[in-house]
Design a protein around this ligand. Structure first.
Ligand SMILES: *Cc1c(COP(=O)(O)O)cnc(C)c1O
Ligand code: SF4
Length: 312
């Protein structure tokens, strides 16, 4: 689904009710199974808010740029980002199944990092024995077809010093049907441990199909990272319910990210003071293991910057 009018028709809203626009330079892209979970006639639906292009995106706000995380400085090989000790991030695919309006990589030059079928970026992993973990990211690595994905992870698995393979994906969220038996077989056949980091932002995203997909992935370590977004999940009740539903589906909350200062996303911002207050309210109501770490990506640090952990 790529036409704003069609999406609004499906959810029973008019353009005026939601400040929608087709003219943002970052196309609307949202799969049908995700639309099916939106509430009809609600301009503030938290799923709709994540995908609907609005006029606010064209506002230029001081301090918001196209590469706020200075990712271009961390590129060691085409498609490989090496920022943190022991782990590298491989841009495995150039697209996602969904275009999230707040995406920190909405301006990322994917075309420059496209991996050919021989995955040249893996050479950088092979020659650096300090790399223990390869993180497949994107875009969304599960956008690759099963055969291509299988070739990629098997090549990584063949590198002796790699102990863990991590997959960062939003596909099981937006199209749970992507979690096929063939995909699970490929991951289960790897000698390394597999960690899957999902990206749910709101409990309403977890429907019965998602639970089925997550259950099928249950033999792997399942973690979730969310982005704290104004108008989507900046509410303690919503965040507590998200953690509860994640755990019921076998997933542990990992990170709650502060939004990055990416051009076109300022309207999603939550201040640090508000974020910490929300996090304290979560921590007061949840077990420590269901309270995600509140983090921010600050260029130049050796890890994500920790703003709050599970305690008060
Ligand atoms: C976030 C990130 C990682 C993973 O960090 P963890 O704290 O291990 O989840 C790795 N590489 C890059 C470039 C990242 O942005
Ligand atoms: S799935 Fe992730 S990388 Fe893709 S648009 Fe959404 S936030 Fe960005």
């Amino acid at each position: 689904m790529t036409a704003v009018g069609e999406l609004l028709d499906l959810v029973g809203l008019s353009t005026e009710q939601v400040d929608a626009t087709q003219e943002t330079g970052f196309a609307l892209r949202v799969p049908r199974p995700y639309i099916a979970r939106m509430r009809r006639g609600d301009p503030y639906d938290p799923l709709l808010r994540q995908v609907l292009p609005t006029v606010q995106e064209s506002q230029s706000v001081a301090g918001y740029g196209v590469d706020p995380l200075r990712e271009s400085a961390a590129v060691v090989d085409s498609g490989l980002l090496h920022k943190y000790a022991g782990r590298v991030l491989l841009i495995a695919a150039g697209t996602c199944a969904v275009n999230c309006r707040y995406c920190f990589r909405r301006h990322f030059p994917y075309a420059e990092h496209r991996q050919g079928s021989d995955f040249p970026a893996l050479e950088g992993v092979r020659r650096d024995a300090t790399i223990k973990e390869v993180i497949l990211s994107g875009g969304d690595p599960l956008m690759l077809r099963d055969a291509h994905f299988a070739t990629l992870v098997r090549r990584i698995a063949d590198i002796d010093h790699v102990r863990r393979i991590r997959v960062h994906t939003r596909l099981p969220v937006v199209i749970p049907q992507r979690v096929t038996a063939a995909l699970i077989d490929v991951l289960a056949s790897l000698p390394q441990q597999v960690v899957i980091v999902l990206h749910f932002n709101h409990g309403n995203e977890i429907d019965a199909d998602c639970v089925r997909a997550l259950t099928a992935l249950g033999r792997f370590t399942l973690l979730n990272q969310s982005v704290l977004l104004r108008g989507v999940n900046d509410d303690a009740d919503v965040l507590v319910e998200l953690s509860e539903r994640l755990f019921a589906a076998g997933v542990l909350p990992y990170y709650l990210h502060m939004p990055d200062a990416v051009a076109g996303t300022a309207h999603f911002d939550v201040s640090e003071a508000e974020a910490k207050a929300l996090h304290r309210r979560m921590a007061a109501r949840l077990p420590g293991y269901l309270t995600p770490k509140l983090v921010r990506e600050t260029p130049g640090l050796a890890a994500k910057e920790l703003l709050a952990s599970s305690g008060i």
